[in-house]
Write a protein that binds this ligand. Sequence first.
Ligand code: ZN
Length: 438
Amino acid sequence: MTEPDSPAGPRMRAWMEKAFPICRSISGDGVRRTLDLLETALPSGVTLERTGVPSGTEVFDWTINDEWNVREAWIAGPDGGRVADLAAHTLHLVSYSTPVHTQLPLDELLPHLHSLPEHPDWIPYRTSYYHRDWGFCLPHSHLEALPPGDYEVFVDSTLEPGELVYGEVVLPGRSADEVVISSHVCHPSLANDNLSGLAVSLELIDRISRLEERRFTYRFLFAPGTIGSLAWLSRQGDRLSRIRHGLVLTGLGGGGPLVYKQTRRGDRLVDEAAAHVVLARGGEVRRYSPYGYDERQFNAVGFDLPVGRLTRTPHGEYPEYHTSADNLAFVGDAELEEAVRAIVEVVEVLEGDRTFVNLSPYGEPQLGRRGLYPTMGGKSASDEVMAMLWTLGYSDGETSLLRIAQESGLPFADVHRAAMALAGADLLGPVADEADIR
Ligand code: ZN
């Protein structure tokens, strides 16, 4: 794929800086504003389509909640100073807090306050989507220093029938078969767990839109976690059968190597492709578990979709997770860029994997006669020639190029290039095109 003109890391960071202050939740204007920001960053000619699902709509075992919006939320201490203020940090307010304007003593306020004693300077992230209540989050050091007295609490929020909104960007390919790439849009000011997935997706849209030809149609889904992906799934019907491969993206800018979480079955092409790429980059492959991000909806037995997940250190395994320490300084440009490169490599495998049959199978064909072999003999075979020998040696009509790459230890791109050269010299013939997609 061609590289864009400017470095990707600073571009992704600049986008995250704009999106970071927005108070997002599973519904409300924060999601709409985030979709607006995504839309303005799309390459020309690429559009974002929005779908609104009205509150009260049943999606499988769930019901779309009332829409939540908040304008102002703060606690003022006995001296009138702000103890916690949404305007200072979106994590200060428990997401989906009900409206309130009251005065109450410290002992009645405390049950509504959340902090992290083990990290006394960080603000935790808390939500109360399905239990109507209000609450605030603050550093434990601040909480412990609260003096007795009367506190004024003000939450100017609304919980009213509205809609849940998700966005989709589609890059059409030669086939209607789809690769779905999904990232959640529901977290407030959290950089790694949320914004990194969106920024990487934006960059991927740019790269994939530049492909001269696409075998698959690429669908990028930007939906609130759980309820948003379920709402999307509920509206697909027969179209779900078009999904050939998928990835859930999040947590790609923090520390640690890349971690690929397999699909539930663990034997899909995306599993093999991601393992090939991630392991070569020193990353890790893990088995499926029914806990995590939206991969658990896509892989639910009723859908059984081939959707894996790519992160770095997964959720819950780093202390900054779901706290104010997951900020823009926590994500690295180099980490984001490597994630983009890795996913581009996975896409190259999905696009390019084929199974060929050796058309000159009785011994080694003369590559030199066909201009494929360096004319000077005697030296050790170059990587290029080795890739051709491996490809010829294993193209029995059943072994895919990806399997040959795995067997040989060569990068998929080298094996693919060799196969194209050999096919161009009529030494390889196709077995199947789309039919070999697993
Ligand atoms: Zn999260």
